[in-house]
Design a protein around this ligand. Structure first.
Ligand code: ATP
Ligand code: PAU
Ligand code: K
Length: 277
């Protein structure tokens, strides 16, 4: 999905780019308003080589939005805010004028450790600022992560495990007999399966759900009034199963794809020196 129509006021436009492990996540802001959000694949090698030859951000945007010529003109001078968990990709975007890379020390979250992922910090900050702390964020991305902060906006900690897609891929790739299974829709899933595909799906999905339930229960023991938000590419699929198994838990979750963008917005709008208003 790409932006389909153009904002009317172009003077306070900015682009947010989150470089994830599987794909790129984009948002077009007009001031504080998120105008449009979309995902793209990582840039292919051929485009990467062309990018090295681009002289301006305009050249760059024409490579990214080949069909969107007028959009490209609209965006030609706008600031590009980048948050990345893929360092090799960050370097490419840093070549261009008007790029600002958000790093962990710019996120006001207290008590962070130096290697905490910027995506985890921003999503937690965005969720906490929108819905309040204490906040637990569950990110169902390439990696599935739990990241929490207390009422003082101080990191409580979290956990990292392989996400749904990564679990399927690893089973398929590292074994002699297992296929790479995918999970595109929401089939009813027997827990005790009688074929290989469903056995893999059952194992991965039901243990991820059990893990999510367990972390939520542990979180609510620590912070009975704590909030919980869920994001990431597998959120809808996992929520559908969670709704069927534990509707009371599913109903208590804040479901929000754009948490990282809310975090980026908080930081950009809170910083009066950078000219993005
Ligand atoms: N169109 C899609 N392309 C790729 N993955 C998708 C798509 N739709 C859903 N997914 C699921 O999303 C998961 C990846 O989530 P997401 O896109 O949030 O991760 P990411 O790009 O690695 O970002 P991050 O590193 O910030 O988590 C995969 O496990 C996959 O099953
Ligand atoms: C865990 C991921 C891969 C999730 O995208 C990312 O946040 C990351 O690379 N984090 C660094 C390690 C950490 O957060 O402790
Ligand atoms: K992730």
């Amino acid at each position: 999905m790409k932006p389909h129509k153009h904002p009317e006021h172009t003077d306070n436009i900015w682009l947010a780019l989150e470089i994830g492990n599987s794909r790129l996540h984009w948002a077009l802001f007009v001031g504080e308003t998120l105008y449009s959000a979309w995902d793209t694949d990582h840039l292919p090698e051929s485009v990467m080589q062309q990018l090295a030859e681009c002289q301006t951000l305009n050249d760059l945007l024409e490579k990214i939005f080949p069909q969107g010529e007028s959009l490209t003109n609209t965006l030609s001078l706008c600031p590009l805010l980048v948050a990345s968990v893929v360092p090799s990709q960050t370097a490419i975007w840093q070549t261009y004028p008007n790029t600002r890379v958000i790093t962990l020390n710019q996120v006001p979250l207290k008590g962070v450790y130096p290697t905490l992922g910027i995506d985890r910090a921003l999503a937690l900050w965005g969720a906490g600022k929108m819905w309040g702390f204490p906040m637990l964020v569950i990110d169902t991305g390439t990696a599935l992560t739990f990241t929490a902060a207390d009422a003082n906006e101080c990191l409580v900690g979290g956990a990292i495990l392989p996400g749904l897609g990564l679990q399927f891929a690893t089973l398929g790739q590292q074994t002699g007999q297992l296929p790479v299974v995918e999970m595109q829709n929401f089939p009813s899933l027997p827990r005790f399966a009688l074929n290989t595909t469903e056995a893999i799906q059952s194992g991965v999905v039901y243990t991820i759900l059990a893990g999510i339930k367990d972390f939520i229960e542990a979180w609510l023991q620590l912070f009975p009034n704590g909030k919980i938000a869920i994001k990431g590419g597998d959120r809808t699929l996992l929520l559908n199963y969670l709704q069927a198994l534990h509707p009371e838990i599913a109903d208590s979750l804040i479901v929000e794809a754009n948490l990282i963008f809310w975090g980026m917005r908080e930081i950009v709008m809170g910083d009066s020196t950078d000219g993005i208003k």
